[in-house]
Write a protein that binds this ligand. Sequence first.
Ligand SMILES: C[S@@+](CC[C@H](N)C(=O)[O-])C[C@H]1O[C@@H](n2cnc3c(N)ncnc32)[C@H](O)[C@@H]1O
Length: 354
Amino acid sequence: MHVLVCSEPERPDRVSLWPSLGEYPIYDPYLYTTMTTDEERNKRFRAALERLAPGKHVLDIGTGQDILWARESVQAGARQVTAIEVIEDAFRQAAAHLPTYDVQDRVTLLLGESTGLEFAPKADVCVAEIIGSLASAEGAAAVLTDAKRRHLAPDGVIVPHRADTQAAAGCLSDILGEQHVAFSAESIPYLQSIFNWNTAPFDVRLRIENASPDALVSDSAVLESLDFNGTLHTVQQTSTRLTVQHPGRVDGVLTWLQLWCLPDDDPLDALRMKTNWASIYFPLFETPVPVEPGDTLDLTFGWTLSADGVHPDYQLSATLRTTDGHAHQGSLESPHRGGPFRAHPAYRLLFPAA
Ligand SMILES: C[S@@+](CC[C@H](N)C(=O)[O-])C[C@H]1O[C@@H](n2cnc3c(N)ncnc32)[C@H](O)[C@@H]1O
């Protein structure tokens, strides 16, 4: 397999291209550290636990190697915490570190997937940071539907409260600006780990670090909304119209997370704030289409659960109508794993033929 790699070193604010990571079991100490040091994220989860955890039994789904929300729950006054982690290495790290945090009398650590575990008594509060850069990608809808049904008391509360994915139109090479369309060198070991896990390469979702809202040419709209404390859907479909606001080019859509940990929160916006979540770019059209203000992109975005019953497979289709009277059609299948390899020109560029 050949892959285009950007030779420029990673800098904190540089736009760069990575594979989407969070939905795969490839977490390592570096990735966990990007989360445990993300204050824009952490202050929202901490505030929610300070309000909801005192005196309660908290369930932390996906506690990670640092047992972060289990520890924060104890600090906030939780009576008892059940913390679950599915990745064995992360679980072992967490188990080794638990005594050093001096919370082991109140924290029970379990290895496994929350959807396959049973424990009693039921929890009052569930904290689950299993939110993707594309909100649903890590399986939050299915995992938390199961948690509500089996692990939470009838009046149990989930943190975060709600996660939306926003979308706007743009062009990959314009979003990357001065960077070539090529994966960041630092991302290549993760790309390889995803392909090894899948046992074959496939068209991974494209994660863009530090994308600028100024590179987008349309207004934005919500593609999916996960209402964790309301009605939670494990299959979704949205049709929306984006209207071009600035002259430019369009070959796909950029999506990003908005997250509320409490209903009255000022939401985290992953496109406009410095956080470990990035944007996900979906290529739709074969070549960039020049656009003018008033042109419209009718976008349908849907997902169903993949074969594992947890992670979504996404389908996108779009019609871009330009003032010259043309209707440009585009579409993309983006399954959780497998699926086509080099199906779209963007992927044929990133993974050149030998
Ligand atoms: C985004 S990380 C968050 C880690 C840590 N909770 C934090 O917020 O810093 C998600 C973690 O959840 C784990 N995970 C995802 N779904 C899970 C599930 N259903 N049961 C147990 N662990 C899960 C992943 O392996 C990963 O360690």
